[in-house]
Write a protein that binds this ligand. Sequence first.
Ligand code: NDP
Length: 333
Amino acid sequence: MTIGFGFIGASDIAKHKMLAAIRNTPDCEVVSVYSSNLERGRAYAAETQIPHAASSLEDLLANPAVHAVYISTTNELHHAQTLAAAQAGKHVLCEKPLAMSQLEAQTMLDACREAGVVLATNHHLRNAHAHQAMRDLIANGAIGKPIAARVFHAVYLRESLQGWRLDKPEAGGGVVLDIVVHDVDTLRFVLQAEPTEVISLSQQFGMSAGSVEDGSMAVFRFDNGVIAQVHTAFTVPYAGNGFEVHGTDGSLIAKNVMHPAAQPEVLLRTANSEQRLELAANEVYSLGVARFIAAIQGTGKPAASGEDGLWSLASALACLESAHTGQKVAISV
Ligand code: NDP
């Protein structure tokens, strides 16, 4: 059976990444899009060749051709829209951060479980070959016992995205909810460990407004003893990006692995050798869609589950709390 997707949110990410990811995946298609502004929704549908623009969320969810929804509205809307979709019996692929609070996210997990629908979080980076290779090497002991990690993920927010992320805390703006969630998810995935506490500082360097931060440095502790330093920003044009894990017997040093389109470079350095891994960049969003479809069809699990989204949200919220209070904050789910 072909899985019909309804887009909730006429967003940039849906247009520029997820539409192609769904269209490139067998057994699925996008059948409708809902925007809170019907005229914009119609224009978006016409531009993207989505066959139908729904006049309301209820209209989209009542459509029998919609089996699953992809939610990419601003962050404060994910919770209510997921509950509505679950109640209508639709599977949910939701953007990060899952919600604005842990309680909301937990309610989303509960509602989807009770409705018997799949809930997945669109944490795309764990689908990258580079992160999967690093996870496997660490699990197989290639660097010994992991001691520490460093994530470099400071970017310059492109002008077309310089909207709600910068001045709307009520919509979940700020670099921590935007990027730190991905970094924590990737650390959890690569280290196969859970974060237990965080201490952080945040920054306003002229791009964000009000109480919204545009830069953050945080240190997370994981339950395997690893401490991980995470730098994120919207304001840094030339930093590049990287992900490092240092262990008792070796180090994994990766560059260009926090942006899906970049050519990844991963180096494994041990006492006697330096080995460059041969890795091609891969289509991380398509892989996420394929895993979501497999979960719906009962043949697999989502790449990142609702619970993974809950963990990354809890970690980001703790990071924000630490920046506000100046205290270390415990993370628990
Ligand atoms: P956008 O700003 O493009 O879209 C968010 C909402 O803003 C849309 O649902 C839309 O509302 C409204 N909107 C968009 N464009 C216009 C416009 N021209 N005029 C008026 N309203 C507009 O957000 P993003 O695509 O950047 O992000 C959406 C979600 O996806 C967020 O949760 C974000 O965190 C996540 N995201 C995830 C990424 C990933 O790699 N996993 C990458 C980027 C974003 P309506 O639908 O009602 O029209």
